[in-house]
Design a protein around this ligand. Structure first.
Ligand code: ZN
Length: 112
């Protein structure tokens, strides 16, 4: 799989309100950031799958316009994204939602 194909597939899944991640068929581990080879074992036998869309806040920082941080997903991978909610703090459960920014659909974490 080429890097462009991964980005295209991610964009398509975002538009369908699905949270993608990459599953390595060699070592079985999961990761999020588009890479053509597995960061754990270096294997290139990978597939893009849809996540449950639930997880928890691993770390977060407050900015003047909101929160940003690392979400640890149920499937074991982590990803940086905007976090929305009234009580944002480490360990809080989240659910993925989607928003359109400048014509591009992107995921964000909403505190349950
Ligand atoms: Zn691997």
């Amino acid at each position: 799989m080429k890097i462009d194909e991964i980005y295209n597939e991610y964009d398509k899944m975002f538009v369908s309100n699905k949270m993608p991640f990459i599953k390595c068929k060699t070592c079985g581990r999961n990761y999020y950031y588009p890479r053509t080879v597995c960061p754990f074992c270096g294997g290139s036998n990978i597939e893009i799958v849809s996540a449950s869309g639930t997880g928890e806040i691993y770390s977060c920082t407050e900015f003047n316009h909101g929160f940003y941080g690392i979400i640890k997903f149920q499937e074991g991978f982590g990803a940086y994204m905007d976090i929305d909610g009234n009580s944002v703090s480490t360990g809080r459960k989240i659910r993925i939602k989607f928003k359109e920014i400048k014509g591009k659909v992107l995921p964000y974490a909403s505190v349950d």
